[in-house]
Design a protein around this ligand. Structure first.
Ligand code: DX5
Ligand code: ZN
Length: 222
């Protein structure tokens, strides 16, 4: 059974930090360690200064395991690729507000295809930019690093946006998840959770930990 609604925290290890020489067993290892979702970072070398993987990787992970697939598209033209990421087995597709597309149209295309729709904003992007879309999303991703690479430091200055996202959700009677991504470990998970984030993406601090189960539990309890 794939997990979507939780009353509790959702821990989403990022595949970017896994050993790509054995991707499917790395996903199994994350599941064994207690991961709720798998976070998959798609980078096109254009929207961000790095290239990762595309729909074929999502498909390989989807066919090998049942975990909920949280697909984070860091690509310049997300609308052009939605169909391919849907077919590959994504459960949630998150697009960036800063990319070149009609945001409402892309979010609708994702939902019409039966997936959950997420909207991401970079650390430098003001909360005001996403306000018109809050009633069209299932998840808001507040980036806590400049996207492109794993292993960067958490930007605490993003927390007022997380707080505002939580306040607005209550005020408007909405129910989107609030996700943070970048530099999440035990200490920063506590800060982000206190601000109102309930989905915690963690790459380096989970896959590269000596004991992944312990790392996932500690992040969950932080
Ligand atoms: C950054 C990616 C993140 C990254 C997080 O562009 O969106 O998901 O994998 O890595 P850590 O947890 O190592 O900061
Ligand atoms: Zn990500």
């Amino acid at each position: 059974m794939k997990k979507w609604q939780h009353t509790d925290k959702i821990i989403a290890p990022s595949l970017l930090a896994a050993d790509w020489g054995k991707v499917t067993s790395e996903v199994s290892r994350a599941i064994q360690a207690g991961a709720d979702w798998m976070h998959l970072d798609v980078m096109d070398g254009n929207f961000v200064d790095n290239i990762s993987f595309g729909p074929d990787m999502i498909n390989a992970v989807s066919e090998s395991n049942d975990i909920f697939l949280d697909v984070h598209l860091m690509i310049a033209k997300p609308d052009h690729y939605i169909d391919r990421f849907v077919k590959a087995g994504s459960d949630l597709i998150t697009v960036h507000i800063e990319a070149e597309h009609d945001v409402s149209k892309t979010l609708k295309a994702i939902r019409d295809a039966g997936c959950k729709a997420g909207l991401a904003l970079n650390p430098a992007t003001p909360m005001e930019d996403v306000l018109p879309y809050l009633d069209q999303i299932d998840l808001l991703l507040c980036m806590t690093v400049v996207p492109g690479f794993g292993g960067q430091s958490f930007m605490k200055e993003v927390m007022p946006k997380v707080e505002q996202a939580a306040t607005l959700r209550d005020l408007r009677g909405l129910n989107y998840h609030i996700e943070v991504d970048g530099g999440i470990g035990i200490e920063t998970a506590a800060i982000a959770s206190a601000a109102g984030a309930n989905v915690l993406v963690a790459g380096s601090s989970t896959f590269k930990a000596p004991d992944m189960s312990e790392a996932v539990s500690q992040i969950r309890e932080a």
